[in-house]
Write a protein that binds this ligand. Structure first.
Ligand SMILES: *Cc1c(COP(=O)(O)O)cnc(C)c1O
Length: 387
């Protein structure tokens, strides 16, 4: 019997150690880890630079509280600002917390302008923003909210990628439009540049903030540092998490200066948020992702992987319905039982994870090697040929 609650459906595997793109199980098996702890292990397992950063900082100071200066956080915020639209950053610990903070910022912004009634957040129906009360109601998903009433109000929903539906839902009270630039959990659905540009135009015209959730698709996962860069749109608020810590829990909200002004002392806080240990690690992840050629290599590997997956689809149309994705955020929509397909991959030592819409999510570390992609393709081919 396990004393852990049963809120997860866990595979019966545990790991002894990891190295790069590989995980070694306690029963002596070697797995190719192509889910990276759900887009978290940006630099794979046991990255020497991350280990060094952790150990070095661990010997100095772990935690002090945000009532003091935290130089490591100053440095990371500056790095993020220099490379993105952001001018101000609030550090937290997770994606859900980053999204909660983003929602608070949007509401507080209009409150601070004397428009407290402009407080509604417009989201995509059946999206994913994390598991806190506000975020599950932001998702508009029946499955995620069932049994967790009363409803957290203030969220409206439009249909995925449907500008008409979005326009219809906007009112004088809409404070922000809030969605994932490329949707992960919901089935690897990538918004078109045209859609993003159009939304930005609407936001400008109607005085609405644009919040782009880059918790999963950010930090290089899309092949650009942020997925919104492909469309060249400027958001107002961007919550991040997953990839920025490379496995250490870090979340953050990136904002323009204009928006961040409303977050005066006392409006938000987080005990652990941005502690020295987390920041020391985040700094190294940032440095690695911004090394010359790193993101270019993500795009190169992505093009190769997506092309080969599309070939695979042509060879096994009865098994594979569609290849989706951007960068190394990849989805294979299958025609067969999803759980069964993922189990078969696992049995052949390839770790992946499910997403909505019968999609297998493939999220290798961003520094994955081409030969590891080839190995994954070989396993995928083998599993497909078994149907
Ligand atoms: C994972 C995820 C979250 C939630 O992050 P947690 O760290 O699990 O709270 C929020 N939004 C998106 C897009 C995610 O992928």
């Amino acid at each position: 019997m396990s004393y852990l609650a049963d809120n997860y459906k866990r595979r019966n595997i545990s790991f002894l150690k990891g190295k790069g793109s590989y995980l070694f199980s306690t029963d002596g098996k070697k797995y190719l880890d192509f889910l990276s702890g759900i887009a978290v292990n940006t630099l794979g397992h046991s990255n020497p630079r991350l280990i060094k950063a952790l150990n070095t900082q661990a010997k100095k100071v772990w935690h002090v509280s945000n009532s003091f200066q935290i130089p490591e956080g100053e440095i990371l915020a500056k790095k993020l600002a220099k490379r993105t639209f952001a001018e101000k950053v609030i550090f937290v610990n997770s994606g859900a917390e980053a999204n909660e903070t983003a929602i608070k910022v949007a509401r507080r912004y209009f409150y601070s302008l004397g428009k407290p009634e402009k407080n509604r957040i417009l989201c995509i129906k059946n999206s994913f923003h994390g598991r806190t009360l506000a975020n599950i109601f932001a998702s508009g998903s029946k499955k995620m909210t069932e049994g967790f009433g009363p409803k957290v109000s203030g969220f409206d929903h439009f249909k995925y990628s449907d500008i008409k539906s979005l326009k219809k839902k906007i009112t004088q009270k809409t404070a922000a439009i809030f969605f994932e630039t490329a949707m992960g959990e919901s089935g690897i659905k990538v918004h078109t540049k045209k859609f993003l540009k159009e939304v930005k135009k609407i936001c400008k015209k109607r005085d609405i903030l644009l919040i782009l959730d880059e918790v999963q698709c950010g930090i290089g996962r899309s092949g650009k540092f942020f997925a919104y860069e492909y469309a060249n749109v400027k958001p107002d608020i961007v919550p991040i998490a997953k990839g920025i810590g490379g496995g250490f829990p870090i979340g953050a909200v990136l904002m323009t200066k204009k928006v961040s002004k409303c977050m005066v002392p006392g409006t938000h806080g987080s005990t652990y948020g941005g502690n020295p240990l987390a920041m020391a690690i985040g700094n190294v992840v940032m440095d690695e992702v911004f090394k010359k050629g790193f993101l270019k290599n993500v795009r190169k590997n992505s093009n190769y992987f997506l092309k080969k997956l599309n070939d695979l689809k042509k060879n096994y149309p009865r098994v594979i319905k569609e290849i989706r994705g951007i960068g190394l955020l990849i989805g294979i929509k299958v025609n067969v039982d999803l759980g069964n397909f993922i189990n078969k991959l696992t049995n052949n030592k390839l770790l992946t994870i499910r997403a909505a819409e019968n999609v297998v999510r493939i999220l290798p570390p961003l520094n994955v090697k081409k030969r590891e992609i080839d190995q994954a393709l070989k396993i995928l081919n083998k599993v497909c040929s078994g149907y």
